[in-house]
Design a protein around this ligand. Structure first.
Ligand code: TYD
Length: 141
């Protein structure tokens, strides 16, 4: 079962136009450790909102702050870590089995999410007590 130490910040290759026309970043299939099955994005998030607030049994995720910034709090049931995402060329890989909350969205922030599964409500654990039970039942004894 994964711990918070299994998250990874991944640099997304950046191509800088040498004539000052700006930057381009590209994600090709080998950059993240799964096949992308779904893409969604969060935007117009009020600064006092908390998104996420769940774990996934199987789904793996890669988050990219396309614009602005936000914090991602990861929790494995024993420890927490907060990661600030604020560069569109640096994404966060989150393995399955971690509780996550997204907060402190800046004005205009856009969070792109590339995920390993189609939408399936049965993959969600939306109650923290259930998450702790899930962790306990999946831990080596
Ligand atoms: P939810 O997962 O609770 O959002 P967040 O984790 O960002 O706070 O999803 C909000 C609603 O959108 C919920 O009713 C489920 C629905 N939804 C879909 O129908 N398809 C999707 O791909 C996603 C991510 C959510």
């Amino acid at each position: 079962m994964h711990t918070i130490n299994d998250h990874r910040l991944i640099d997304i290759p950046k191509i800088v136009a040498d004539d000052g026309r700006g930057n381009l970043s590209v994600i090709e299939k080998d950059l993240i450790p799964y096949e992308i099955k779904r893409v969604y994005y969060l935007y117009d998030v009020p600064s006092d909102s908390i998104r996420g607030g769940h774990a996934h049994k199987e789904l793996q995720q890669f988050l990219i702050p396309l614009s602005g910034s936000f914090d991602v709090v990861l929790d494995d049931g024993d420890h927490k870590v907060t990661i600030t995402l604020n560069r569109p060329f640096k994404g966060l890989y989150i393995p399955n089995g971690l509780w996550r909350e997204l907060e402190n969205f800046s004005a205009g922030a856009v969070c792109l999410s590339l995920v390993s599964e189609v939408y399936m409500e049965s993959d969600y654990i939306r109650n923290y007590k259930d998450f702790k039970l899930f962790k306990a039942s999946n831990s080596p004894t």
